[in-house]
Design a protein around this ligand. Structure first.
Ligand code: ATP
Length: 307
């Protein structure tokens, strides 16, 4: 039995908005990254899993239970971080965590306290006065503190600074090692790449693909920005003809590499390199790398009125 199942869900909001015949499953111990641009349908999918929405067709299950009918039972085993956190604004952070803990019958608060420590959150102040990042940390602690078997996290790192994003990635890996099943949505391939086993890409309400992250990494083209000691060295490197796609700019060269970076490292060994940087690709670029013109053609067809 899969832990999370989305069985052919359609929720049509009209105007081509919503989700359409979605079908995927997340297995025990798996971290599943759910990626897509703004408005693709990630939150709508997650709201079905939480039992907040009734699908037009299809169904969702968690731990074999129906997300709509058995949501009270499911909640006992689930940690949820919403995309937009609405807390009781006037409450102090710690009072909120205590309140949520009591609702869930949390007897042992040691994990909660360890999470507060890990995220360095000052829980003494009122939630109203907390920054976006602090509220996000509070939401994360609340989702994990009762040690649930299943976690559903809607854009968990939004508002977190890079240091906290790394701490969050570490937490996900620890939870994965405990055998937790995690579905997390994101816009960022880079973020998902650090933690997930598999990703699903949704676009315009339809699942474009689900793929093993290791397979994707080998298919992925990355850009590297290399700064040499002089423009002459940069052009000498470009003339080695080792790579198809080199763009020169003074002493710098941007090189696109597919898969392993070993070949680039070897090619650079005879040159003086001052700086070496990876350029992050946007999700859109990653889409284009994997699916090339297919996506644009599909979109053009849809915009022309055919689904
Ligand atoms: N209740 C609703 N009524 C009508 N349209 C809706 C409703 N809820 C969502 N939508 C539309 O459905 C589409 C999918 O929205 P959803 O919030 O699931 O996207 P998302 O992938 O989570 O986006 P983001 O990354 O911006 O959070 C959007 O076009 C949105 O405007």
């Amino acid at each position: 039995m899969s832990i999370i199942e989305i069985n052919g869900i359609t929720k049509d909001y009209g105007n081509r908005k919503g989700i359409f015949n979605l079908l995927f499953a997340v297995e025990k111990g798996e971290v599943f990254g759910y990626l897509g641009p703004n408005g693709a349908g990630k939150t709508t999918t997650i709201r079905h899993l939480l039992g907040f929405l009734t699908p037009d067709t299809g169904s969702a299950k968690i731990l074999g239970m129906d997300c709509r009918k058995d949501s009270a039972e499911i909640m006992k085993h689930l940690g949820y971080l919403p995309a937009e956190i609405a807390f009781f604004d006037g409450m102090k952070g710690m009072d909120f965590l205590k309140f949520m803990g009591e609702m869930r019958g949390l007897a042992n608060t040691s994990y909660r306290d360890a999470l507060i420590e890990k995220f360095q959150l000052d829980t003494k102040g009122t939630i109203r006065k907390m920054s976006k990042g602090m509220k996000q940390k509070l939401g994360i602690i609340c989702a994990f503190m009762h040690d649930p078997q299943v976690l559903i996290l809607d854009e968990p790192t939004s508002g977190l600074d890079p240091l906290m994003q790394n701490i969050f990635a570490g937490l996900i890996l620890e939870e994965k090692a405990k055998g937790k099943t995690i579905l997390m949505s994101s816009h960022s391939f880079e973020e998902i790449e650090k933690t997930c086993d598999r990703i699903g890409i949704i676009r315009a309400g339809e699942l474009v693909t689900t793929e093993d992250i290791h397979v994707l990494k080998t298919k992925r083209r990355k850009s590297y920005l290399i700064t040499f000691d002089s423009p002459a060295t940069a052009s000498a490197f470009a003339k080695t003809d080792s790579f198809d796609n080199i763009t020169l700019d003074g002493a710098s060269a941007k090189v696109d590499v597919l898969g392993s970076v070993t070949r680039l490292m070897e090619a650079l060994s005879g040159f003086t390199v001052i700086d070496f940087d990876t350029q992050k690709n946007s999700l859109e670029e990653v889409f284009m790398q994997y699916y090339g013109s297919t996506i644009t053609e599909e979109n053009a067809t849809k915009q022309g009125g055919v689904r």
